[in-house]
Ligand binder design. Structure first.
Ligand SMILES: NC(=O)c1ccc[n+]([C@@H]2O[C@H](COP(=O)([O-])OP(=O)(O)OC[C@H]3O[C@@H](n4cnc5c(N)ncnc54)[C@H](OP(=O)(O)O)[C@@H]3O)[C@@H](O)[C@H]2O)c1
Length: 263
């Protein structure tokens, strides 16, 4: 990785599509070198070719939900002698289904990716960054981190984990030169949302990936702890914070049964 002079190297997980690909484009346009990772090699290769004129790009295929996925990625980074200045924990999956209709393998897959891989990567890079006295981590959580989401219970719980971890670490790492930021998007126009059959959501409720990525980048650079992109999402989170929990739960239940995205 030596063709361009860069502001540092960013590892983006889940870079093959959606918010991760948009974050990769944003970092590239701001002069950062990139390491892109996900499972779909053809999409990683395409994005690498698109961004190579702008910056140095390496891609590593990895299944971060598999048993040795994170280990293999870290070994590959070490073999390539790549030092990571910014970790973007973006890879994530969601299910929109009542809890009793999920299967054990699906639950394990979600926890392995959204929680275990994110924590293991964070642990590895926090150690390196703390030793170096500099570094930034962007964890992609969700507005679902702030309240229970009936019919997406396991997903919302995983994002509450990500938000809580981020907030705890941001205090633990105070004055170390290492910052941790949680990006908490609302509905954003990506494959994930299409897969959750939320395509009939009103346009004003749907953020653009480019805007979400730009907010994530800005929050990371400002070393903010929590960033919620979009005024409507901020208002919803603020409103929920000031209501009794039974009311927030109840409205979540109504939305999950009759709201946008439900057929
Ligand atoms: N879209 C929304 O409304 C929304 C709202 C709030 C938060 N988020 C969060 O934003 C993040 C990105 O999601 P997205 O909306 O951009 O959806 P997406 O387009 O489906 O992106 C998910 C990314 O995760 C990667 N991924 C999935 N399973 C993986 C695995 N086992 N190992 C490695 N990578 C894996 C996918 O790549 P491969 O399939 O190639 O592996 C893909 O690049 C997620 O953490 C999601 O929870 C999304």
């Amino acid at each position: 990785m030596s063709n361009h002079s860069t502001k540092g190297t960013v590892l983006v997980t889940g870079a093959s599509s959606g918010i991760g690909a948009a974050l990769a484009r944003t970092f590239a346009s701001q002069g950062f070198a990139l390491v892109l990772t996900a499972r779909r090699e053809s999409l990683l290769k395409e994005l690498s070719e698109e961004l190579s004129p702008l910056t140095d790009v390496t891609y590593i295929v990895s299944d971060l939900a598999s048993e040795d996925g994170v280990g293999a990625l870290l070994r590959e980074l070490a073999a390539l002698e790549i030092s990571v200045d910014v970790l973007v924990n973006n890879a994530g999956i969601a299910y929109s289904e009542n809890f009793d209709l999920l299967d054990d393998a699906g639950i394990q897959q979600l926890i392995s990716l959204n929680i275990t891989a994110l924590s293991t990567l964070t642990l590895h890079f926090v150690k390196e960054m703390k030793h170096r006295g500099s570094g930034r981590i962007l964890n992609v959580a969700s507005v679902a981190a702030f309240q229970p989401v009936p019919s997406m219970s396991i997903y919302a719980a995983s994002k509450a984990f990500v938000l809580s971890l981020t907030e705890s670490l941001s205090e633990e790492l105070r004055d170390t030169g290492v910052s941790v930021t949680a990006l908490c998007p609302g509905l954003t126009n990506t494959d994930m949302v299409q897969d959750l059959s939320a395509s009939n959501v009103p346009p004003f409720m749907m953020s653009r990936v480019e805007d979400v990525a730009r907010e994530g980048f800005d929050a990371l650079m400002a070393r903010e702890v929590i960033r919620i992109p979009g005024v409507a999402n901020q208002a919803a989170v603020t409103w929920a914070k000031h209501q009794p929990r039974w009311l927030v739960r109840g409205i979540g239940g109504l939305v999950s049964r009759f709201g946008p995205g439900r057929s």
